[in-house]
Design a protein around this ligand. Structure first.
Ligand SMILES: Nc1ncnc2c1ncn2[C@@H]1O[C@H](COP(=O)(O)OP(=O)(O)OP(=O)(O)O)[C@@H](O)[C@H]1O
Ligand SMILES: [Mg+2]
Length: 464
């Protein structure tokens, strides 16, 4: 937005040179920046949808009249104020102009103060329109970011705000956080909400590549550079030209190649293997680490000079257990999404499930929570299982959960095992005893404790 009192442009359109000169002088004196144009075509070429000022045009132009010009401006942006200058006493023309959406009209011969005043009002109106648009746009951007990066906790709100702010720049970003906290979601958002959004987003996981492959994969090679390099190939960094290059698990980047990456950042050039001259690249580098990068520097796995280049901006993503009620909000949203995706009824949570959601520490963070929600939806249709069982069933040790919770988990698991065995053997107790290696009395006790009976397994007899 421009400062209305000093540099706001006023587009003056008049084919009469002396009128243009007079208008230029008055506009200049009133503190605007006059842009003189002679024809409608010339005027149109100066108009863009975010033009911050207003237009002052004579209604009588050579070749085209001012009303037509006004309509053409309206096609570019219907909210650019147009002030028309009409001949003295030309009332029908003035009425027409207003009807067609002119901001105002000024009759010739006119008083400089009057036109300055009309222009001032038009510009104030224009600036309100532009401010409002910018506000709407930023609201829209952050609301879509909210659906990608869920969470109402203060930490997540701040994180989203900072992310939108940083997305506008090209500074290198290092994202740190435990596994499953959303580092990749953030890297993608930094791309999606930036001016590079229509250019590539290229992600490479340094830990997923064999060490011998990293150099060729990232930096590319010329034909014949090494055995098997039959064709010249651009590396992944070059493929990201103009866009965002996301280097995941940066600490796994072989230390021998770190100076080469540093060169890309410093010189904005890539050296292909076997290449004669460097290839210029324009990338924004976003990297991620799920361990403390400073510790990796101490351990000599990460070069300090590289770290200084990577972390111009550092985004620390908090673990899920530090996001308060976000756990419930995220679980709820995932339940809705998965029920819709699988076209299944949205399952209800028992008190026990709710307690589990609150107390479990979610060491796998949002990824683990999301997977749990997916299993919860899928299992609900086939009898359903407590959430704790579904999470524990995947070997997810309930870290930090108290004894009571562990007992609950074990109980729930035992109940499921016996219930399944009863169903498999259609309630034939002897077969269940044999399969589970339990004496009859123990089995009976356990069934009673869990409220299981043979009839539920499809058999009428009672347990003897
Ligand atoms: N705030 C969030 N809102 C919605 N979904 C999220 C959020 N954070 C993460 N996710 C989802 O959780 C999963 C894991 O996220 P992501 O892959 O970004 O984690 P990560 O930090 O990169 O993990 P890792 O260190 O294991 O690579 C993805 O399915 C992602 O869509
Ligand atoms: Mg990741």
């Amino acid at each position: 937005m421009t400062d209305g009192s000093t540099i706001t442009p006023v587009l003056v359109v008049d084919d009469d040179p002396s009128m243009r000169a007079a208008l230029r002088q008055w506009m200049g004196l009133a503190g605007f920046h006059p842009i003189e144009t002679e024809t409608a075509n010339e005027a149109i070429s100066r108009i863009t949808p975010d033009f911050p000022g207003c237009v002052v045009s004579d209604v009588m132009l050579q070749g085209e009249d001012g009303l037509k010009l006004m309509q053409r401006i309206g096609v570019v942006d219907s909210e650019i104020p147009v002030i028309l200058i009409t001949g003295h006493g030309d009332v029908p023309m003035a009425v027409d102009a207003m009807r067609l959406g002119a901001y105002d009209f000024v009759e010739k011969p006119f008083d400089p103060d009057r036109i300055a005043e009309v222009v001032q009002r038009a510009i104030e109106k224009r600036q309100l329109v532009l401010e409002n648009r910018a506000l709407q746009k930023s609201l829209k951007d952050s609301s879509t970011l909210e659906s990608r990066l869920l969470g109402n906790s203060p930490v997540m709100k701040t994180l989203r705000e900072r992310l939108l702010h940083f997305a506008k720049t090209d500074a290198a970003v290092l994202i740190t956080g435990e596994t499953g906290t959303g580092k990749e979601v953030i890297a993608q958002a930094l791309h999606a909400f930036s001016k590079r959004k229509d250019k590539p987003f290229v992600a490479v996981n340094a830990a997923a590549l064999a060490e011998s492959m990293v150099e060729a994969e990232l930096f590319g090679h010329e034909a014949g550079a090494f055995t098997g390099a039959d064709r010249t190939r651009a590396g992944r960094i070059e493929q990201a030209d103009g866009g965002v290059f996301f280097l995941d698990e940066i600490v796994s980047m072989p230390i021998s190649l770190q100076p080469k990456l540093l060169r890309v950042l410093q010189e904005k050039e890539v050296d292909r293997i076997g290449g004669r001259r460097p290839v210029p690249v324009d990338i924004r580098l976003v990297s991620a680490a799920n361990e403390d990068p400073r510790k990796a520097v101490t351990d000599q796995r990460l070069r300090e000079d590289l770290l200084f280049r990577l972390n111009t901006i550092e985004i620390i993503v908090p673990p899920l257990r530090e996001r308060g009620n976000d756990v419930q909000l995220l679980f709820d949203t995932f339940l809705n999404r998965f029920s819709a995706q699988y076209e299944m009824e949205r399952p209800l949570l028992s008190g026990q499930d709710e307690a589990f959601l609150r107390t479990y520490e979610w060491p796998g963070n949002v990824r683990e929570l999301r997977n749990a929600a997916e299993r919860f939806v899928l299992n609900a249709g086939v009898g359903g299982q407590p959430l704790a069982t579904l999470v524990a069933g995947r070997g997810g040790e309930p870290q930090g959960a108290g004894d009571g919770t562990l007992r609950e988990l074990m109980d729930a698991y035992e109940k499921t095992v016996i219930d399944n065995a009863l169903k498999r053997h259609q309630g034939r107790i002897n077969l269940v005893m044999e399969e589970l290696g339990l004496p009859r009395r123990t089995l009976n006790e356990k069934m009673a404790r869990h409220g299981l009976s043979r009839s539920q397994a499809g058999v009428e007899e009672t347990v003897d």
